[in-house]
Design a protein around this ligand. Structure first.
Ligand code: 5GP
Ligand code: ZN
Length: 137
């Protein structure tokens, strides 16, 4: 896809620190890592899709296997791992080529991704949300 920075990296038109590549998937280091010690790996399909829901079923199987493979490598030197994937701008997606963020974790690494403010459901709200989601499959 023209004007997609990740497509350009995959096509080797722009440099990146590639860590893994196969027929369907690609992984390289994020230029602005969340972790000082462990870097931050971005994993994606080679083909350009914007959202997780855009990826064909066969393609997402390949992507899942690559996510597992890279997670396994990262967990060999880190103490833990967060996997994050943003869909649409409101959720923090700035690059419109779907990608997963793999962030190795270490004691006292000062990364706060998993520490969102937890809310309480108001009366009846949990059932309302549950029923809304169940009707959408
Ligand atoms: P998003 O916010 O879309 O989920 O994540 C985009 C990520 O891509 C960011 O973490 C950002 O640091 C990274 N990024 C943006 N431009 C480049 C680039 O040119 N090269 C590399 N390696 N990473 C990039
Ligand atoms: Zn792209």
């Amino acid at each position: 896809m023209e004007d997609c920075i990740f497509c350009k990296i995959i096509n080797k038109e722009i440099k990146a620190a590639t860590v893994y590549e196969d027929k369907h998937t690609y992984a390289f280091l994020d230029i602005r890592p969340a972790s000082e010690k462990g870097g931050h790996t971005l994993v994606m399909p080679k083909k350009h899709y914007e959202l997780i829901t855009d990826i064909p079923d066969e393609e997402i199987k390949h992507l899942s296997l690559t996510l597992k493979k890279i997670s396994s490598a990262l967990l060999k030197f880190s103490q833990g791992l967060n996997i994050l994937q943003n869909n649409k701008k409101i959720a923090g997606q700035y690059i419109k080529h779907i990608h997963f963020h793999l962030i190795p974790r270490f004691e006292n690494d000062n990364i706060t991704i998993e520490k969102w403010k937890a809310n309480e459901y108001k009366n009846g709200e949990i059932e309302k949300i549950q029923n809304k989601i169940k009707l959408l499959f």
